[in-house]
Design a protein around this ligand. Sequence first.
Ligand code: NDP
Length: 408
Amino acid sequence: MKHVLIIGAGGVGHVVAHKCAMVPETFGTITLASRTVSKCEAIATSVKERTGRDIATRQIDADNVAETTALLEELKPDLLLNVALPYQDLPLMDACLAAGVDYLDTANYEPPHEAKFEYSHQWAYQDRFVEKDLSALLGSGFDPGVTGVFTAYALKHHFSEIHTLDIVDVNGGDHGHAFATNFNPEINIREVTAPCRHWENGEFVETPAMSEHQSFTCPEEVGTYEIYRMYHEELESIAKHIPTIKRAQFWMSFSPNYLKHLEVLQNVGMTRIDPVTYNGQEIIPLQFLKAVLPNPGDLGERTKGRTCIGNIMTGLDKEGKETALYIYNICDHEECFAEVGSQAISYTTGVPAMIGAKQMLSGEWRKPGVWNIEQHDPDAFMADLNEHGLPWTMKVLSMEQAKALTPA
Ligand code: NDP
């Protein structure tokens, strides 16, 4: 039985802790550490109530490499599961290297004052992880995460070559607030206000944020939503690792109300990530905005509706004929809340983080080096999605159906 150290006690950390506790045969010991230990303790109480299991809690500043290294040396976990913020990725990878512990995260490293969303910083750790015989899994959430596994699964079982990939992320949930984000507001707003980039014929093409959009009808009566093309980090790794892809795009649904608020916040400067001086003190406007917005971890109780996230892919099948495939998951906010006390965005991130950790701890995905999820064999992960709360559906489409879904 293995010991996992989870870092980060926000919306996603809440789900990961519960889901790991529900798989005792893999996660024999669980420690949850974060900046604010009271949040870890609240999660531990909920885990005990829901699963009967005890998890240990610790306070940690994950930006401090020496502090994290000392904690790792004391606890000797088999894996560090990072669900703090993207700013902590590199310090936590450094601590893992120093203490000899495997690493997993759900979002790529972000420098605090730049919105870059690129893997270069973490890919640069490849040789150091190999030299220490350690393994790192990058991006084991839903997107990135499950979207990469769906792509790898489609390539393994259906396609000989994938030519186009459209990832469509629809959140049909309603939380009743005038404006709130579904996960950490700072990261979410950075992502949606960044210029759009999509992969086309061997390079990224940049277009203004939110300039391309279309109507999308989800399967299983989830509804029809306006989806907007935006950059998302898995486009970089999937385009690199599956080089037959000629065009890769990411689409996300936003309500007119969300976009109206975002436009105003942007116009007045509240989404800036450079420091400004206020009353003699330096503040980052976006961090201040986070402090006044609803906490995404608290949205679960009031969110109704479903998410629908999946990949629409076209290419050649194993016989060389044109083919198209749609693989998706539909997740119900209220069912997630009933199971673990969280809304579906935290749930759809936390479950794949647990499953990725399970593959690493079983040894199946434990290769020395730094890996993106689509580089691993997808089969066991896909089976675990069905078993642990994120069942998926795969539909073979005609080329006409695929084009109708993604006309841009
Ligand atoms: P939250 O803001 O809710 O939680 C982040 C947690 O990290 C908080 O508990 C916070 O502590 C803690 N933390 C921040 N800085 C430090 C630090 N220096 N040391 C220790 N702990 C720290 O975020 P979410 O749970 O919504 O998101 C977690 C991660 O998941 C993010 O990286 C996000 O980008 C990623 N994500 C990935 C998705 C995917 O599909 N791949 C989708 C959604 C999110 P405190 O409580 O004190 O603030």
